[in-house]
Write a protein that binds this ligand. Structure first.
Ligand SMILES: C[S@@+](CC[C@H](N)C(=O)[O-])C[C@H]1O[C@@H](n2cnc3c(N)ncnc32)[C@H](O)[C@@H]1O
Length: 393
């Protein structure tokens, strides 16, 4: 994470709040003046990146995330390249012509479209192979590898260093494999693609979205077009939790390095290759868990939620959680608004709810929030902790 020094632009996110350090660590959003209930303190339109799960890809709009309630959307984009290898080419789906046009306008020479469709093509092939062939030996080998990695991680007395070494190792392995190939052989690296699972497929599409934004930014600055988007400028300042996450789920280190990284290295086009380096991919993955917003459907009749994927809006990533929030996130088609639930005083922190049930007791709320690796220190929790401590005395 970049330090916030010289990051004055973080205070250009909204005229209503500034991003400042909180008492409990990290940064938060603080009201610049007294504000009245109902004020929209922030609005973000296009995410820096997003990813939709495969089962819902035909029913959730790639642009605005609208759900078709089970029907397949009519508007779709397929590859403009020759797809002679596939009888039913994969596609990206949209709820309307205008959403499809918006998507095309944001892409650059179909880079994102073609890259994501390529992930889809490769993943479909992996799924087909899985149905037709037996990969028992390969799966056993993988389980052994993961167990070995878990043990090494437990025994290591410097987790950060251990994780960095594993990232460097995988880069060296990829370079070595590539160096053994003749120029012609390098044109089709499908044989080197690791067999990824659904979660890895989801993450890879999301990573590609950010890499395309990085490419677009560099391409624009070369052609002296407008400078980088605020969302991309903010991205390096987001908090990363990769060490905590890997320590809790060590198999993820295997997934990130031997699966996701190798997949990206051997499958993505030349334009994106300069960005496929351990520091960049590690930083994207590390910032995912605690900063992305889930894309969910809510069935009003029974309250059931369905997970459709996730998206990242860096400008909306500085809102901390509160169990008595004063801001609500509202999803309109294609954008998020952040609206005040009550009047707020100057310098008061603006907080949203990360999804806890407000009526749950202290322990249940804390347990729920642990998935984002923090003990909630919102005002309500601190007051409840103080009462508990007094009762103990
Ligand atoms: C989306 S980020 C919010 C911005 C973050 N504070 C920063 O400096 O980048 C979420 C992270 O902020 C911290 N956080 C959010 N709400 C919190 C709370 N109520 N108590 C303690 N930490 C909190 C946690 O570290 C959490 O993983």
């Amino acid at each position: 994470m970049k330090t916030d020094e010289n990051a004055d632009f973080l205070n250009t996110i909204s005229p209503y709040f500034s991003v400042k350090p909180t008492k409990y660590g990290g940064r938060g959003c603080f009201a610049n003046t007294d504000l009245v209930q109902g004020t929209i303190v922030h609005r973000c339109s296009s995410p820096l990146s997003s990813t939709i799960t495969r089962p819902f890809k035909k029913q959730v709009c790639e642009s605005c995330f609208k759900f078709s309630e089970g029907k397949t959307f009519k508007f779709k984009l397929t590859s403009r390249k020759n797809t002679s290898t596939s009888t039913s080419p994969s596609a990206l789906y949209f709820c309307s012509q205008s959403c499809m046009d918006k998507f095309i306008a944001l892409d650059i020479d179909d880079l994102y479209l073609e890259s994501v469709l390529n992930v889809e093509r490769l993943f479909l092939r992996i799924l087909k192979d899985r149905c037709q062939m037996n990969f028992k030996d390969e799966e056993e080998q993988e389980t052994e590898m993961i167990l070995k990695l878990e043990n090494e991680l437990k025994q290591s007395n410097n987790n950060e260093l251990f994780i960095s070494q594993k990232w460097q190792e995988v880069e060296m392995i990829c370079q070595l494999q590539l160096s053994k190939l003749k120029t012609k052989q390098r044109q089709n690296l499908d044989g080197f693609i690791p067999r990824i699972n659904e979660n890895e497929y989801l993450d890879i599409k999301y990573i590609i979205g950010i890499l395309c934004q990085m490419y677009k930014n560099e391409y624009k600055s070369l052609s002296s077009e407008s400078s980088s988007s605020l969302e991309l400028q903010i991205f390096p300042y987001l908090q990363s939790n990769d060490v905590e996450k890997i320590f809790k789920y060590p198999y993820l280190l295997h997934s990130y390095t031997n699966k996701i990284y190798k997949f990206l290295k051997f499958s993505t086009c030349e334009n994106l290759q300069p960005y496929i380096t351990p520091p960049i991919i590690r930083s994207i993955i590390g910032k995912t868990l605690t900063n992305v917003y889930g894309i969910w459907s809510i069935d009003e009749t029974n309250g059931n939620e369905e997970f459709f994927g996730y998206s990242l809006y860096p400008s909306a990533s500085f809102f901390n959680h509160s169990c008595h929030p004063n801001v609500i996130k509202i999803k309109n088609e294609g954008y998020f608004s952040f609206k005040l639930l009550r009047n707020v005083q100057k310098n008061e922190e603006l907080c949203v709810n990360y999804g806890v049930y407000i009526n749950d007791d202290f322990e249940t709320r804390q347990k729920f929030l642990k998935q984002w690796f923090f003990d909630c220190l919102c005002q309500r929790c601190v007051e409840e902790i103080n009462v508990k401590n007094k009762e103990k005395v």
